[in-house]
Design a protein around this ligand. Structure first.
Ligand code: NAD
Length: 419
């Protein structure tokens, strides 16, 4: 489906998000290696597991079978409207779950394209797209599901989890949050600036794993800010809204207004950007001198605004991070193995990545998911298969085991207590 229709997917992503072809093609193409990985590993993932057991239990043949949970519902958001429908679907298909996919109503071109293509490539008895907004989602949620996989914001996640709880349906919540970046005194600040700015401006900052804000150690703050300016000038040598710059747009005027309001209320210093065009475009913007109580620190920004907060040292950054809800990712730029160990031990987040952004997503073998307020459950690779599978333990006890059980039957004799 992806190979045959890559251009249609690119066009749909351009129509809904103004996404440059390079980014759109790359995004959708990710489905191919993920599918191939699942196809090549499936036999191994699905193989019955034989745990190591004591000798006297071996004749029972203890085994864990992975069985499909049943009928699944995938609810996806608008920011990666194709991939966030199809990546979890790979898990559902590989586990053997018939699935309804509910794309976001906010990206109508992509959602309509999925609805058109599904019946051409997938068995319509087993896989369906249902398009719609809140009303239609509520109708879906009123049904019985064996697993619900939701990607989106935490507030809607609570609504979905509450609906799932009514029927005790297991659920995966892939949520967002404010993923921080630490820039330590011992890192290559030029490289850090380039990678962070690139990451922050993918999909106009509308990524769940986007670097939300930066804690830079004060001693390297001037060099880091200079490097951000340099990277900016290299990425966008012409005015940002000129067509050659292929700068995308905020998903809609509501989100645009939300991000602009956060920026307008900020007490920080805009050192680059801050330009707005129409009601959907806002330029990549770097804001320095940001304090922890700034408007830009109130909620996940989900737009191309990068607040930079200065800290004394990495311990100080750790304290700031601990004061906020658990992020989906913690990024840190540092060359020190001592600092890396400290961050691994003293922070919480869905994933942790050193010296880059997004690289965690390239490793199919790593589970991807949140922790605490950024969600629960995980997917990617085997984790996707496991999400949609029930691990069903099995023992096959022989009638000839009866002598072993003799002592368990009533009446409990003195002899039984002495066994
Ligand atoms: P959204 O508004 O598209 O909503 C997500 C889905 O929930 C849609 O399908 C929508 O129809 C449905 N929905 C919306 N309101 C509902 C309601 N009241 N009842 C039932 N269903 C409802 O997307 P969003 O929530 O704005 O997505 C952005 C958020 O998603 C961000 O917080 C981002 O960080 C997070 N996100 C997380 C991941 C991840 O993998 N962890 C990936 C992408 C986005």
């Amino acid at each position: 489906m992806i190979q045959d229709n890559i251009e249609s997917f690119e066009q749909a992503l351009f129509a809904d998000l103004g996404k440059p072809r390079w980014e759109a093609g790359g995004e959708v193409a990710n489905i191919i290696p993920a599918s191939l990985h699942a196809a090549s590993q499936l036999e191994e993932w699905a193989a019955p597991e034989k745990p190591q057991v004591q000798e006297w239990l071996q004749s029972w043949d203890p085994t864990v079978y992975s069985v499909p949970k049943g009928v699944a519902l995938i609810i996806a958001p608008w920011n990666f409207p194709i991939v966030l429908c199809l990546l979890p679907l790979i898990g559902a298909i590989s586990a053997g779950c018939p699935t309804v996919v509910k794309p976001s109503e906010t990206t109508p071109t992509c959602s309509a394209l999925l609805a058109t293509l599904f019946p051409k490539y997938l068995d319509p008895e087993a896989y369906a797209v249902v398009n719609g907004a809140v009303e239609e989602t509520n109708v879906l949620l009123a049904n019985r599901w064996d697993h619900i996989f939701f990607t989106g914001g935490g507030n809607i996640g609570k609504i979905i989890a509450a609906a799932a709880a009514q029927k005790l349906t297991p659920i995966t919540l892939e949520l967002g949050g404010k993923s921080p970046v630490i820039v330590a005194e011992d890192c290559d600040v030029e490289l850090a600036a380039k990678r962070i700015l690139w990451g922050k401006t993918q999909n106009c900052g509308q990524l769940c794993v986007a670097p939300d804000h930066v804690y830079v150690v004060r001693s390297v703050a001037p060099a880091f800010i200079a490097a951000l300016k340099k990277a900016y000038a290299t990425f966008w040598p012409k005015p940002i809204f000129s067509p050659e710059m292929e700068w995308g747009k905020m998903i809609n005027s509501r989100h645009h207004a939300r991000v602009k309001k956060l920026l307008d209320r900020s007490k920080g210093t805009i050192i680059i950007g801050g330009e707005v065009e129409g009601d959907q475009r806002i330029s990549p913007t770097i804001v320095t001198n940001v304090q922890p109580d700034d408007s830009l620190m109130e909620e996940e920004i989900f737009g191309p605004i990068l607040p930079v907060l200065e800290v004394e040292n990495t311990d100080d950054a750790i304290k700031h991070i601990a004061a906020l809800p658990s992020p989906l990712v913690l990024y840190a730029f540092t060359d020190s193995s001592k600092t890396k160990d400290k961050l691994l031990q003293q922070t919480r987040s869905g994933s942790i990545v050193f010296n880059d952004v997004y690289s965690q997503m390239s490793v199919q073998q790593l589970p991807f998911g949140g922790f605490g307020e950024s969600g629960y459950g995980a997917y990617f690779g085997k984790a996707s298969f496991d999400t949609f599978s029930h691990r069903r333990p099995f023992v096959n006890v022989q009638p000839s085991a009866e002598p072993l059980f003799a002592a368990r039957y009533r009446p409990y004799t003195e002899q039984a207590y002495n066994v």
